[in-house]
Design a protein around this ligand. Structure first.
Ligand code: XMP
Length: 322
């Protein structure tokens, strides 16, 4: 793709990459200020650390609580980064996101609603208030590939779609990690001194749990996906898989509870083996593990009567459902 030269993880010297990127950011931002959004994933965590190395207190870091994150995520991220001397301000934007998602069922329209709310409404406002001219973010090459290929629009890709962030949102975007894929991003995060729990953290999509709810992402449906995700993450933590998740389906199915018909919800478990998320195969989980997850989900997640396991490869599947 135009202008971006891939750095393969095997060829990456993480220390010199960090020094080079920090220098570039410092030169670009100069005396000005920059802001960045930390989601707590590998990419945005690495960018946050490089940005603070380059800019110190001239970089303001925010966690946007969009109401679509996993259980306790905002608090965990804030306390972890405090240990690294990075103050993270949480912005409660739950209402903005749920309002934007109201009534939308089309996958691309959901992604677009999230993009607009995040970049235009929330960050547009933060940039104006802070006087910052730059937004620093952790886009990696795979995000761009899939957007350009028209597979799905990743929430953080603009230039390659012909969108000028300055024109559209009123600020410039700096993307220090754009030549890397996930394995390279992990190497950089490790070299920055971030803990293993973070640099090995499994990927989580920008549109968060709304990418895992087929149909409308209401607060109630997101909560169903959230509790199911929690169970799956607990049970599959030792699976060694690249990524695992719960998908809430739109269709209901007939089940039974207490001897009576219960027309209820379906949760699909997805668990992927992958190196860089470009292709993936379903993990051959032991049936006993699947059995345990299914039993917990129907017992712990209100309204769920059916649990399935996805056995399709990517392609033709994608990893997230939306
Ligand atoms: P798919 O579903 O496209 O996912 O096979 C491939 C990898 O990308 C993650 N993903 C995203 N990451 N913004 C991101 O930063 C997004 O909009 C997005 N959508 C998917 C997904 O979790 C998987 O690791």
């Amino acid at each position: 793709m135009a202008g971006v030269i891939e750095i393969k993880a095997a060829d990456l010297n993480a220390q010199s990459f960090i020094e080079k990127k920090a220098k570039e950011i410092a030169e670009l931002v100069g005396d000005g200020e920059a802001i960045n959004a930390l989601s707590g994933g590998v990419d945005s965590s690495a960018v946050t650390m490089i940005g603070h190395k380059a800019l110190g207190s001239k970089l303001k870091t925010y966690f946007i609580d969009n109401g679509l994150m996993r259980k306790d995520e905002p608090q965990q991220i804030v306390s972890l980064f405090k240990k690294f001397g990075v103050e993270v301000k949480v912005i409660n934007a739950q209402e903005d996101f749920f309002n934007a998602l109201k009534g939308i069922t089309d996958p691309e329209k959901k992604r677009e609603a999230i993009t607009q709310t995040f970049y235009k409404d929330i960050f547009g406002k933060l940039v104006k208030e802070s006087g910052a001219k730059y937004l620093l973010q952790g886009t990696i090459l795979t995000d761009i590939d899939e957007t350009v290929a028209g597979i799905k629009r990743q929430h953080n890709v603009f230039e390659q779609l012909g969108i000028d962030p300055q024109e559209a949102f009123g600020y410039e975007i700096i993307e220090p990690m754009v030549q890397l894929r996930k394995d390279g991003a992990r190497k950089v995060a490790e070299a920055l001194g971030l803990p293993k729990s973070l640099f090995n953290r499994m990927p989580f999509p920008g549109p968060a749990l709304s990418a895992r709810v087929i149909g409308e992402a209401t607060p109630k449906r997101i909560e169903t996906a959230r509790i199911s995700t929690q169970v799956i993450e607990e049970e599959l933590a030792s699976s060694g898989a690249f990524q695992y998740m719960a998908i809430l389906h739109q269709d209901k199915v007939t089940g039974m509870r207490d001897g009576k018909r219960d027309f209820g919800l379906q949760i699909e478990i997805r668990c992927w083996d992958s190196i860089d998320a470009r292709t993936a195969t379903p993990t051959r989980l032991p049936f006993d593990t699947l059995d345990k997850v299914a039993k917990r989900i129907v017992a712990e997640v209100p309204g769920v009567v059916s649990v399935t396991y996805n056995i399709t490869t990517k392609p033709p599947s994608t990893m997230e459902a939306i």
